[in-house]
Design a protein around this ligand. Structure first.
Ligand code: HEM
Length: 141
């Protein structure tokens, strides 16, 4: 990502984080509309989950200039996701849900440049997670 793209994603995440819970709720609504079969993978009550998602996104976005700083954490997160039964296709679905939720939340501010920057940001993270998930040891059921 270019420094300009990183700055854009950070600035827009700042706007989203002010209403983090509403944003995360919109994200999960969109995700389960896109693929209802994913809903049973998550707890019935998503309150805690919404907070965790936003917290990890914040950590990653703060480290975009140096992803090496959070790589161990991302790898561990990926290994847990392999254990949750998350597939490569699911990462695409989550990416679409994320971009849709951002567009809903940011309105006109989510222009083509923003969309491209966020797509690259999520794509980079998803790629690291998918790679790390593949090499993760199997998690006992
Ligand atoms: C970059 C992408 C993602 C991020 C940053 C992320 C973040 C998180 C975080 C922070 C948790 C809390 C538990 C933990 O730390 O292990 C979690 C749990 C979970 N995530 Fe993700 N996730 C991502 C992608 C996905 C995808 C693609 C799916 C597939 C549908 C998914 C499904 C789940 C499920 C099923 C749980 C466990 C819920 C539970 O039983 O508590 N995640 N995720």
């Amino acid at each position: 990502m270019t420094p300009r793209q990183i700055a854009l994603v950070r600035q827009q995440f700042g706007l989203v984080a002010r209403q983090a819970d509403t944003f995360a709720a919109g994200f999960y609504d969109t995700l389960f509309t896109l693929d209802g079969t994913l809903r049973p993978m998550f707890p019935a009550d998503l309150t805690a989950q919404r907070g965790k998602l936003v917290k990890v996104l914040a950590q990653v976005i703060l480290s975009l200039h140096d992803l090496g700083a959070v790589i161990d954490e991302v790898r561990a997160l990926a290994a847990r996701h392999a254990g949750y039964g998350v597939t490569v296709t699911d990462y695409d679905t989550v990416g679409i849900a994320l971009l849709t939720a951002l567009g809903d939340h940011l309105g006109d501010r989510f222009d083509d440049e923003s969309r491209a920057a966020w797509a690259l940001c999520y794509g980079t993270l998803a790629e690291v997670m998918i790679d790390a998930g593949r090499s993760a040891p199997p998690v006992a059921a």
